[in-house]
Design a protein around this ligand. Structure first.
Ligand SMILES: [Zn+2]
Length: 336
């Protein structure tokens, strides 16, 4: 049986349980935390304690595993997350990639295709590949997925370099690809185009932040090309009201796509971009518990069945990771 690396070791995909496929624990801006320790109120022990409480709450709600999509650029610290989750009953998977909407950091401005030190992007690729095969730093914790980030600026030169490096490493390692895609500008289609151009099977790709669109045409196009949708900003109504998100999700299920959708919140216990005082009144439902408290009851009201809910929470993540071993075999339930 295929396994996936988690904080609890390599776990049989059948033992992942309910999986939230895009969450965070700590989001910290590396240059700011490095230059001004404690920026935005960060205090390690205080934040570890409050995160531990929240992760315990997730486990108590029946969640087995979360995928921590915090990659470099967002302050990934696998050792700290592993220490935080210990004793909570939850398992955490990690991601590799680089988080930027436009440019890579300076070393990559001078090195790479068309740069002063002209050449390929082997350096970038080797960083991603090491995280997946050897481990993140000296933690012994391996990443489970590759991440591509494409926001409103689109496939800038550097964002495309990341996507192409991810594609190459995916083809070598079999690790699945999860994305951040700005849905209102249909960036998921750009991601599919670039990844497919390198021969990636789009069935191994989850296009993220898809609940930020109500355009069924866009969403169906992503699924029809083979990908999963990350319905992964549950509780966050930046572009689409929560009720409209539920209506869109129920409509997709009604059209037979429950086998291609995975749920999560994209929530962090601590984020140095905003203070809790700024976020909480503005998006009061954006909590780790909103899926169980708000989304699932809303889906049931709209006629979504328990079986379809289990599919989105348990079977789809399992099948998504099973693909790593099964190659391009179509996941069970696809297109039903
Ligand atoms: Zn995220």
């Amino acid at each position: 049986m295929p396994t996936v690396p988690t904080t609890a070791g390599d776990i049989d995909i059948d033992d992942l349980g309910v999986v939230y496929m895009h969450e965070h624990v700590f989001i910290r801006t590396e240059p700011l935390q490095w230059g001004w320790p404690g920026f935005s109120g960060w205090d390690t022990e205080t934040e570890v304690e409050s995160a531990r409480e929240r992760l315990r709450g997730l486990a108590a709600a029946g969640v087995g595993t979360i995928l921590d999509m915090t990659v470099p650029g967002l302050g990934r610290d696998a050792a700290l997350v592993a220490r935080t989750v210990e004793g909570t009953g939850l398992k955490i998977m990690f991601a590799t990639g680089y988080y930027t909407y436009d440019n890579l950091p300076f070393p990559f401005q001078y090195r790479g295709p068309g740069k002063i030190l002209d050449g390929d992007d082997r350096v970038l690729e080797s960083l991603f590949e090491r995280d997946l095969t050897v481990g993140i730093g000296d933690t012994g914790l391996r990443a489970a997925v590759l991440k591509v980030v494409t926001d409103e600026p689109g496939m800038t030169q550097d964002v495309e370099r990341v996507a192409l490096a991810v594609a190459s490493v995916h083809l070598r390692t079999g690790a699945p690809i999860c994305t951040h895609a700005h849905a209102p500008s249909e960036r998921g289609l750009d991601q599919q185009r670039v990844l497919a151009s390198r021969g990636v099977d789009l069935g191994r790709v989850m296009i993220g932040h898809s609940n930020e669109s109500t355009d069924l045409g866009y969403l169906e196009q992503l699924i029809d090309a083979g990908s999963y949708l990350g319905w992964d900003r549950c509780g966050l109504q930046l572009t689409v009201p929560l009720d409209a998100q539920l209506d869109t999700l129920a409509a997709l299920v009604e059209r037979g796509y429950a086998g291609r959708i995975m749920l999560s919140h994209d929530k962090a216990s601590f984020m140095d971009w905003f203070s809790a005082a700024e976020v909480d009144p503005f998006v009061p439902d954006w909590r780790y518990t909103y899926i169980h408290g708000g989304v699932l009851p809303g889906l049931r009201e709209r006629g979504v069945t328990e079986e379809q809910i289990q599919q989105m929470l348990i079977s789809n993540p399992r099948d998504f990771f099973a693909g790593a071993a099964a190659g391009s075999a179509a996941p069970e339930g696809a297109g039903q």
